[in-house]
Ligand binder design. Structure first.
Ligand code: PGA
Ligand code: ZN
Length: 410
């Protein structure tokens, strides 16, 4: 039973404010913080109410705290319903989805702690003891980097040949180092700057970055014997001007048909393992066309288009828009809402990919969610304190589960 619940304002990795929640039960304790996006989907719940984060703390003490004290911490659905009722809006704009999600996750963590269990075990959906493969972030562009970086937001890699999570995260960090070296060879002026998710932020065109990404994957695969495959998140809602995609770095515009051809060509040329948001949010038809063309050989994943929302995902399923979905708890604002979307995805052969946000904290909860949900992939960067918090937690989780194996990717 929840005995006490507190809120505080803390820093995120961009230096912005976010919230952290502490929940105490008779014999347990749970703490969770919420992250923030820079390239957020339009249909996400609202992270914080308009009045700002300081107002949230007052609201929490006046309107939320009293209703939760006395509730059993393991009643996730009840807690989420109470939060939604107090909020009273469709998009959680009154309390803020970051506040509700932090409460929802902290309560589950407090419940797990009361039962003396790690969170992944308390949530316990994954009876196979499978560990997700980490999608590591190598090069940042778009909304996550400065002006001369590529337009494509994220150049990622997956160490598909790794036999355990330790091999996997170190393979990713080796690729990250290798890419840094290759960028310096290409650009003698490179200062070593990084973007919001810890990938390099170089002065490179999209194709130059693709070439370096691909070469680094090959070299590290050869050196380590662990096969590493390239992947992307284009986040092209950020490039869309209402009628075309503006690739400012290249000085090229692409209409929807040209964008589909462009992505298909990249997938074929570079043997992409995973491509997230190849088209802007809302373009279910464009997604369907691309998935039809390349979905057998490549994971086509929706982030901004689905925003972890089961109702929106069901439209995607109907239209065969993709074959994977990014799962970001703060896009939907509750743990039960997150689980509902994961379940719908899995029931329809959509791969759930649990993900960080560009503005993160050192909270490690998503590592547990990925394991509990049986997600075969987790996207949480490759280096940087707020990213390694999750990766190192996965190393600990694998150690705790001696019978665990890496997830099956396809
Ligand atoms: P965001 O971006 O956290 O800035 O929304 C991450 C992503 O698009 O995957
Ligand atoms: Zn994305």
């Amino acid at each position: 039973v929840i005995e006490n619940i507190g809120i505080r304002k803390i820093l995120d990795s961009r230096g912005n404010a976010t919230v952290e929640i502490d929940i105490t039960t008779g014999n347990g304790f749970g703490r969770a913080a919420a992250p923030s996006g820079a390239s957020t989907g339009a249909m996400e719940v609202v992270a914080f109410p308009e009045e700002g984060i300081d107002s949230v703390i007052g609201t929490f003490n006046e309107r939320v705290k009293g209703d939760l004290v006395g509730v059993s911490a393991d009643e996730t659905v009840l807690i989420d319903d109470i939060l939604k009722e107090i909020d009273g809006t469709d998009n959680l704009s009154s309390l803020g989805g970051n506040v509700t999600v932090a409460i929802s996750l902290a309560a589950a963590k407090a419940a797990a702690s009361s039962f003396n269990m790690p969170l992944y075990q308390f949530l316990g959906g994954n009876l196979k003891n499978e560990i997700p493969y980490p999608l590591g972030n190598m090069i940042n562009g778009g909304a996550h980097a400065g002006k001369n970086a590529p337009d494509i937001q994220e150049f990622l890699v997956v160490p598909v040949g790794a036999k355990n999570i330790t091999e996997a995260v170190f393979a990713n960090s080796s690729v990250h180092k290798k890419i840094g070296e290759l960028i310096k060879v290409k650009d003698g002026q490179f200062t070593g700057g990084k973007g919001d998710e810890g990938g390099w932020a170089p002065n490179l065109s999209n194709y130059e970055a693709l070439e370096i990404q691909s070469r680094a994957c090959e070299e590290i695969s050869d050196e380590t014997g662990i096969k590493v495959r390239p992947s992307l998140d284009l986040a092209p809602s950020e490039l869309w001007d209402g009628s075309k995609y503006i690739y400012g770095r290249e000085g090229v515009n692409r209409d929807t048909g040209e964008q589909i051809d462009f992505v298909e060509e990249i997938i074929d040329t570079y043997k992409m393992f995973f491509v997230e948001d190849p088209l802007r949010e809302g373009d279910f038809d464009g997604f369907s066309q691309l998935t039809k063309r390349v979905g057998d050989g490549c994971i086509i994943c929706g982030d901004d288009i689905f925003v972890t929302n089961a109702e929106i995902l069901s439209r995607g399923i109907e239209k065969k828009a993709a074959n994977a979905i990014i799962i970001k708890p703060n896009q939907i604002g509750t743990l039960s809402g997150t689980y509902q979307t994961v379940k719908l995805a899995k029931d329809n052969n959509y791969i759930p990919v649990v993900s960080h946000r560009s503005g993160e904290t050192t909270d490690e909860t998503i590592a547990h969610l990925a394991v509990a949900f049986g997600a075969p992939l987790i996207k949480t960067g490759a280096i940087g304190g707020e990213r390694i918090a999750k990766l190192n937690e996965l190393i600990r989780i694998q150690e705790e589960m001696p019978s665990s194996v890496m997830a099956k990717l396809k």
